[in-house]
Design a binder for this molecule. Structure first.
Ligand code: BG6
Length: 482
């Protein structure tokens, strides 16, 4: 492959985070609890609990997280030193509308992001802002059971209006919802702020069949997203608004046509329903049969179809960590993943949390999606969750992370050479933050180490890892030397 100058000169190198995993200060500056703030710590083997209210004496990792709220200047300086062109972050909705239906937005919350954006500006780092990353004010859950109610749309739109107006001149790139297609699986119910209680009273039992509820909530989010795109373009025609899909790549386990169809169906349902609505402005034709066979009836309000049609996104972003296998069960066991799992692939190795590492799958997804939509794409999450050891000399030699990222960047370049319009790359958790699935700190992704453990203890001191210097060089050479 001709590796010279494959990536455009203005390629957006950066890193990605989310407010609830990074900011902390959960009840500071007028902020109130978000849906993420009622999730306890957990581990690879012990699931996180969702509590109905904040329990005294229980550990909630998001409450302090790694305190970006008070460390943002220091962290942004380090991002700038690495050469970041952009920074993907999210705004905590509950910092802006703590009670969700507040008449007036919380000025202190807005001011925090004013300051943060000016700090980014100082270093010419372009913010890429996720409007709702796996959280909403907990008040939305208490008052409306989250996104299951249509009222959520209006609250979200008002929140977007506030952000677009306030940050009109400082933010250009917006993402409406993080991994919106997570609502395809039962665990997605609480991501949409919906509490499930089964007949036995088990709280948020994700084995409760919630598909009707989840798809209705998803429809509300898709309509809300389309409305947001529309308003964004009215407020500033230069705004670029994107979607964000948790790309679930499932290979057919054999060349048995039945397995091929199964893998195709899974791709359609898990990835394409949301992608199509966001990019093409309508539900794809295969949805009709899927909804019929799954007993799902979406309640559409008058005008919804038109709203979707008029609210198509400008770019497509996605997260990519792993792949799995679909179809006849191959030798081996089930494999884990972020939201979507499947069967193990004998050709791949996994990280300590069972996520199978598949750099070539990234090239596959980029080609597959670009062929379908032909709009600019961004990989806004990718990375290796691993336990890092601080050596006696204070160094952190995360060669495994460098290897992971190098191999994925290599495949991104292949995809660009294939003809894909890829405009940016923001590896996940560019600084160590709380893990979304387990609530752990020891599952680290960062180029920057944060001294904090799973029980919430630590100095919060920041320290560069070996990958810090490596990524700095990658950016400096625009990906030519990796
Ligand atoms: C993505 C989410 O699914 O995966 C992030 O958008 C999350 O919020 C990331 O942190 C990695 O998952 P985890 O569970 O390792 O933190």
């Amino acid at each position: 492959m001709n590796k010279k100058n494959v990536l455009p000169v203005d390629f957006m190198w950066g890193g990605a985070t989310a407010a609830n995993q990074y900011e902390g200060a959960w009840n500071v500056g007028g902020k109130k609890a978000s849906t993420a703030d009622v999730m306890t710590g957990g581990s690879h083997t012990t699931p996180r609990r969702i509590t109905k209210h904040i329990e005294e004496g229980t550990y909630y990792p998001s409450h302090e997280a790694v305190d970006f709220y008070h460390h943002y200047k220091e962290d942004i300086k380090l991002f700038a030193e690495m050469g970041f062109k952009c920074f993907r972050m999210s705004i905590a909705w509950s910092r802006i509308f703590p009670n969700v239906d507040d008449k007036v937005a919380n000025e202190e919350g807005l001011k925090f992001y004013d300051d943060l954006f000016s700090e980014l500006k100082k270093y010419n780092i372009e913010p890429i802002v996720t409007i709702s990353h796996y959280e909403a004010p907990f008040a939305l859950t208490e008052k409306y059971n989250g996104w299951t109610s249509r009222e959520a749309i209006d609250h979200y739109v008002r929140y977007c209006n506030t952000l677009f107006t306030r940050y009109k001149d400082v933010v250009k790139y917006w993402i409406t919802f993080n991994e919106i297609n997570s609502l395809m699986v039962p665990a997605g119910a609480f991501i949409a702020g919906a509490l499930l209680v089964d007949d036995s009273g088990i709280f948020n039992n994700i084995t409760v069949d919630s598909s009707q509820m989840r798809f209705q909530a998803l429809h509300h989010q898709l309509v809300a997203s389309a409305k947001a795109v529309n308003i964004a373009h009215q407020i500033n025609p230069d705004f670029k608004v994107g979607c964000m899909i948790n790309y679930s790549l499932g290979y057919a386990s054999t060349c048995n046509p039945k397995d091929i169809i199964k893998a195709q169906k899974q791709d359609q349902i898990n990835n394409m329903i949301c992608g199509d609505v966001h990019v093409r402005g309508e539900y794809p034709t295969f949805t009709k049969r899927y909804f019929e066979e799954s007993n799902i009836k979406i309640e559409m309000a008058e005008g919804d179809e038109e709203t979707l049609k008029n609210g198509c996104v400008d770019f497509y972003t996605f997260s990519y960590y792993k792949s799995h296998v679909v179809g006849t069960r191959p030798e081996g066991d089930v494999t884990q993943g972020n939201v979507f799992g499947g069967f193990k692939n004998p050709y791949l190795k996994a990280n300590d949390w069972g996520w199978q590492i598949d750099p070539e799958g990234l090239r596959y997804v980029l080609n597959h999606v670009y062929d379908r939509y032909k709009i600019p794409m961004m990989v806004v999450e990718n990375g290796l969750g691993a336990v890092d050891i601080v050596e006696k000399d204070g160094k952190i030699n995360d060669d495994y992370r460098i290897k992971f990222l190098r191999e994925h960047i290599e495949q991104m370049k292949e995809a660009v050479y294939d003809g894909v319009e890829l405009i940016g790359y923001t590896p996940w958790g560019c600084i160590d933050i709380v893990s979304a699935s387990t609530g752990e700190m020891k599952k680290r992704y960062g180029f920057i180490y944060v001294d904090k453990d799973n029980d919430g203890k630590g100095t919060l001191n920041r320290r560069k890892k070996k990958s810090f210097d490596w990524y700095q060089h990658v950016i400096a050479t625009n990906g030519e030397e990796i």
